[in-house]
Design a protein around this ligand. Structure first.
Ligand SMILES: Cc1cc2nc3c(=O)[nH]c(=O)nc-3n(C[C@H](O)[C@H](O)[C@H](O)COP(=O)(O)O)c2cc1C
Ligand SMILES: C=C(O[C@@H]1CC(C(=O)O)=C[C@@H](OP(=O)(O)O)[C@H]1O)C(=O)O
Length: 351
């Protein structure tokens, strides 16, 4: 399968580049009869959109979604569902020097070594802008999941070394860094601003939960639910790690502490993150993802040109000083895509 397609029965193909005419997605496998609320797709696109706050990239894009097929009178028809957005704020001339140099930490060098040709206008296909179409597709997946009582939510648990100390989901969309702790949110913003002032960037941790997933979703061997989540989440540019449930804390415990006792009323704890043997166990699915600091920074760094000569680079252009707040809806979207796919695959598992 080409690198542009994800999923088996709920299959998503994206296309488009950061400075081309636009981006799009085709979803195969949306069951007929699902109410498709365009406003909800737009809402998630707005949550991800560039230019949304003083701590995001300054590029201004409306990211207005246009549904081209697969929906009739507000309901999915069972045929391929296609959506596009147009790029309106390209400034490709700002990227002229990037044609000759490789940005440390970005995808430039890898793309050039692989293909021998590279769209250097911004990140081209490797730009975080590609995730807009994942978010549009993820919004449709959320609508499919909602018919089964399943929902997904995510937030920023750490930014620039500042951790959320309390978790209040009701405040996540009320602050520009999507923190579940308003006091921490202010400090997170300050950490991003301090890095920016230093021509630098910061990373962080995104926490995600899926509620209402019934026991039984996920394949038992290769396509385990946790393995597919790891694939989906690590496919987001800038994400470098994922831990399911107790994750990297589990090895520090004894088996007796880490096991979730099974009671007639349910599990006594949820260190497993809602997944056992690659299959959902009916508890809340929980994981955290580690996001690196943005690679494109104005600080001077060593690099090489296309001929391999040593040089220096200061990356200008419009960049997120921290990827985490805008990646929150992307993490939700990729999680919803995995769950929608497994929901459909689960229908074929037993008579
Ligand atoms: C929503 C989102 C926004 C992003 N914005 C930027 C950005 O402004 N500048 C940048 O250098 N990288 C940005 N990235 C990250 C790049 O896409 C990523 O660093 C690049 O693909 C290389 O990282 P990788 O090796 O993890 O794939 C963004 C990623 C996401 C998900
Ligand atoms: C435009 C978006 O974010 C971009 C993500 C990004 C990158 O390198 O990932 C680099 C910047 O854009 P450009 O491709 O013009 O350099 C960001 O502004 C977006 O997410 O919609």
């Amino acid at each position: 399968m080409s690198g542009n397609t994800f999923g088996e029965l709920f299959r998503v193909t994206t296309f488009g580049e950061s400075h081309g005419p636009g981006l799009g997605v085709i979803i195969d496998g949306v069951p007929a009869g699902v109410k498709i609320d365009e406003a909800l797709i737009q809402r998630d696109l707005d949550r991800r959109r560039p230019g949304q706050s003083k701590v995001s990239t300054m590029r201004k894009e409306p990211d207005r979604v246009e549904i081209l097929s697969g929906v009739f009178e507000g309901v999915s028809t069972g045929t391929s569902l296609a959506m596009v957005i147009r790029n309106t704020d390209q400034r490709s001339q700002d990227y002229g020097r990037l044609a000759e140099l490789f940005r440390p930490g970005h995808a430039d060098l890898g793309f050039f070594k692989k293909y021998g040709v590279r769209d250097y206008r911004g990140g081209g296909r490797s730009s975080g802008r590609e995730t807009s179409m994942r978010v549009a597709a993820g919004a449709v997946a959320k609508m499919v999941l909602a018919t089964m009582g399943v929902s997904v939510r995510a937030c920023s648990m750490m930014i620039g070394g500042v951790y959320a100390e309390t978790v209040d989901w009701s405040v996540v969309e009320e602050n520009i860094v999507r923190s579940p702790d308003l006091a921490a949110a202010e400090k997170m913003v300050a950490a991003i601003r301090a890095a920016q002032a230093d021509r630098d960037s910061v990373g962080g941790i995104i926490c995600c939960e899926a509620h209402g997933v019934p026991a039984g979703w996920g394949e038992p061997v290769f396509d385990k639910l946790d393995a597919l989540l790891a694939h989906a989440i690590l496919s987001i540019g800038g994400i470098k790690g994922i831990e399911i449930g107790a994750g990297f804390e589990a090895p520090k415990k004894r088996g007796s502490e880490n096991n979730d006792s099974i009671l007639p009323s349910g599990f006594a704890s949820n260190h497993a993150g809602g997944i056992l043997g690659g299959i959902s166990n009916g508890d809340v699915i929980t994981f955290r993802a580690a996001m690196k600091p943005t690679s494109s920074i104005a600080k001077k760094q060593h690099t090489i040109d296309k001929e391999g000569n040593a040089t220096e680079i200061e990356v200008l252009g419009r960049h997120d000083p921290c990827l985490v707040p805008r990646a929150v809806p992307v993490v939700e979207a990729m999680t919803a895509l995995v769950l929608a796919d497994l929901a459909l695959r689960n229908r074929a598992a037993r008579i």
